[in-house]
Design a protein around this ligand. Sequence first.
Ligand code: NAD
Length: 250
Amino acid sequence: MKPFDLSGKTALVTGASSGLGAHFARCLGAAGATVVLAARRADRLQSLQADLAKGKVAARSVDLDVQSGESIAQALDAAGPLDIVVNNAGISIVKPALEMPEADWDAVVDTNLRGAWLVAQAAAKRWVADGRPGSIVNIGSILGLRTIGQVAPYNASKAGLIHLTKALAMEWARYRIRVNAICPGYIETEMNSAFWQTPGGQKLIERIPQRRIGKPEELDGALLLLASDAGSFMTGSVVTVDGGHTVSSL
Ligand code: NAD
């Protein structure tokens, strides 16, 4: 078997309607997996699904709002048996901590941490009931390891997600369920590409040891390692992919 081969596996990606989630779905599909695109924007999922079909990738779409346990249960029932779950859905709200309303805290933490937890638990319950192994890849952030200003709930949610990864890895190893996390540094997507050309963006890049931001495809190695049997002895691992940003000089 080729390393990173996902033939015969089915992978669900949350927040697959844009950015890294859409990229992860393409990457897993290119490695041979059937992909289940899960998000709220059905029109975007349909067009990604059609695009994947052109590349002979089998894909289907399910409606999913990770803030709702009911939506998660319905999405996982509709998805059918899975082998891999990528907890990618995430949001950030930028405000000084003193001015952060309770509702903004709830939205960020409910999406990034509670949502990932509920999706992981729903997938694991099904795997345990079916006696099936599984692999969960949580998309953390370097902001779960270090902090920046104005995104306190985001920082806290991603730190929580990293610790959750380790807690679930420990509890679920006995069921052959692996739980790992990727902590990306700054990665260029359509949402943030204009920022990197601004003076603020350029100043930030100067603090990254590799003096550049990453491309989505530079996360592929970590994703395929953790998702596939190539990472069969890895659980509770946190893989940082950041051009050295978190080891930059203090
Ligand atoms: P993005 O905004 O393009 O993607 C986030 C996706 O999550 C969107 O498709 C959005 O619709 C979906 N989503 C949000 N709330 C949801 C909900 N309640 N239910 C279902 N889907 C929901 O941003 P992105 O940059 O692609 O981020 C993807 C993940 O990567 C996030 O978890 C983010 O924190 C993480 N991340 C991104 C970077 C980066 O530089 N781009 C760096 C580190 C971590």
